[in-house]
Design a binder for this molecule. Structure first.
Ligand SMILES: [Zn+2]
Length: 217
């Protein structure tokens, strides 16, 4: 019954390419993909960002945030395709497989939103955890207050904006944790969340994002 219902939903709302929103070929491919991969996909050795601070140990990102990646992220955010979350998570897990440290983690957490107001980050992190075969615990971290939008602030205000905005549960103690997010921009959000996880006793913190802002490739 469930399969029949899913088939019917697919008939009316077929899966679309996450980049050009065109209909996918029966094998799930799209003709735009080759060009996107050539232009925007980060190769091994270029996909890690290491911060001066000691945590998170590193962040890996699958794509550079350059046309058409921003459109793909916006479509995912505002149109909410489950298929898009699936596909993004699949690529992220594929890239994460090159890093044994990530496969040896205990837990995946999303970047929490205040009172669970935005869902897309949660869905992406859940799908990523599934693709990695790792436990997912959205309640291990929470956002304790409203903050201004990070992209509206200058780099210096970004960290102060987030100060004391996150909390981590003591259940992360001794665990190696992956933070999953859609886009890495200045890194302030991930740095702040990672430091909160560390303070709560997490043994190691890594982060995985779908895309990374910046022109370097
Ligand atoms: Zn396409």
């Amino acid at each position: 019954m469930k399969a029949a219902l899913e088939a019917l939903i697919k008939l009316f709302y077929p899966d679309r390419c996450i980049f050009c929103l065109g209909l996918l070929e029966p094998d799930g491919s799209c003709s735009c993909r080759r060009e996107v991969e050539m232009k925007c996909r980060l190769s091994l050795g270029r996909r890690e960002t290491r911060f001066r601070e000691s945590w998170p140990s590193f962040v890996i990102s699958s794509y550079i945030y350059r046309d058409p990646v921003p459109e793909a992220v916006a479509n995912f955010k505002f149109r909410g395709f489950t298929h898009a979350a699936n596909e993004m998570a699949r690529v992220m897990a594929e890239d994460a497989a090159d890093y044994p440290e990530l496969g040896a983690c205990h837990l995946v957490v999303p970047v929490p939103s205040y009172r669970g107001r935005t869902l897309h980050g949660l869905v992406l992190a859940r799908e990523f955890a599934k693709a990695m075969g790792l436990p997912f615990d959205p309640k291990a971290v929470k956002k304790t207050r409203e903050t201004k939008k990070q992209h509206e602030l200058d780099p210096r205000s970004r960290r102060t904006n987030l100060k004391d905005a996150f909390a981590a549960d003591e259940r992360v103690k001794g665990l190696r944790v992956i933070i999953c997010d859609d886009v890495l921009t200045s890194g302030s959000t991930i740095l702040e969340l990672a430091s909160v996880l560390r303070a709560a006793g997490a043994e190691e913190v890594y982060a995985v994002t779908f895309a990374r802002a910046g022109n370097k490739r």
